[in-house]
Ligand binder design. Structure first.
Ligand SMILES: Cc1cc2nc3c(=O)[nH]c(=O)nc-3n(C[C@H](O)[C@H](O)[C@H](O)COP(=O)(O)O)c2cc1C
Length: 222
């Protein structure tokens, strides 16, 4: 697949077929994605791939925490958005809810939708990115960010869709319990991965972007 086509066709997939992904395919994707650059080539990432019963246990552990009202306690909190960033967040939610036929007043459906994120969108596999606690926040976030996008792009070559998700790792104690990731590693983000169900309404979403001219400053050009 052409690189521009890959970058432009990647989108968050929030509905998957139940078809399993082989370990071999996932290994190939990770082999490609670990070519991602990292500061000082430190490769400040560690990868845990989950499927089957382990993934189901994490899904339902997350949902149990969520529905019991447990306060999320992520190793890395993204923080609340304000101003234009909040506007973009709301716009995304409006687009998703419209596609899914969820009205503002329908608290039940909204809660069910939220749970889906904590269930890794029912994907057949998930990739959890973690990093050693001895590393600085900036090194971790840059390196893990780069490999995360690279995994998502490499997955396209195998007709697989992905959705990067912080929801799945909001309760790191649940992830630790079923994967054995030790406390000495910080759990950063997850990637749901699977064959897209193109009939799933949310997968039709075309997320918006600011035009280049409104976010770019050109220096030294004629
Ligand atoms: C760090 C990060 C965390 C994300 N967490 C979630 C999440 O928890 N739930 C979700 O539905 N989407 C999540 N997303 C997906 C974004 O909403 C999505 O990338 C954005 O809306 C742009 O849409 P696109 O990926 O389809 O281009 C996350 C993306 C990133 C980069």
């Amino acid at each position: 697949m052409d690189i521009v086509e890959a970058i432009c066709s990647r989108k968050s997939i929030r509905g998957y077929k139940s078809t399993p992904i082989t370990r071999g395919t996932l290994k190939e994707i990770l082999g490609i994605a670990t070519r991602a650059p990292s500061s000082d080539n430190a490769q400040a990432w560690e990868i845990t791939v989950v499927t089957g019963e382990v993934l189901d246990n994490i899904r339902w552990g997350n949902v149990e925490m969520l529905t019991s009202g447990a306060v999320p306690n992520p190793d890395f909190a993204l923080g609340r958005l304000e101003g234009v960033y909040r506007q973009r967040q709301v716009e995304l939610a409006v687009q998703l809810f419209q596609l899914m036929g969820i009205t503002r007043e329908d608290r039940d459906k909204r809660a069910q939708w939220r749970q889906r994120g904590f269930r890794f969108f029912d994907a057949p596999a998930a990739i959890i990115l973690s990093a050693d606690s001895s590393l600085s926040d900036s090194r971790i976030l840059l390196d893990v960010g780069l490999i995360t996008q690279t995994i998502c792009l490499a997955a396209l070559n195998y007709d697989l869709g992905t959705c990067i998700g912080v929801q799945g790792v909001q309760y790191p104690e649940v992830v630790r319990k079923f994967t054995g990731i030790p406390k000495s590693k910080r759990i950063i983000v997850s990637i749901a991965i699977g064959y897209p169900d193109w009939d799933f309404p949310a997968n039709k979403l075309e997320s918006k972007r600011e035009p280049v001219e409104s976010i770019t400053t050109w220096c030294g050009f004629e």
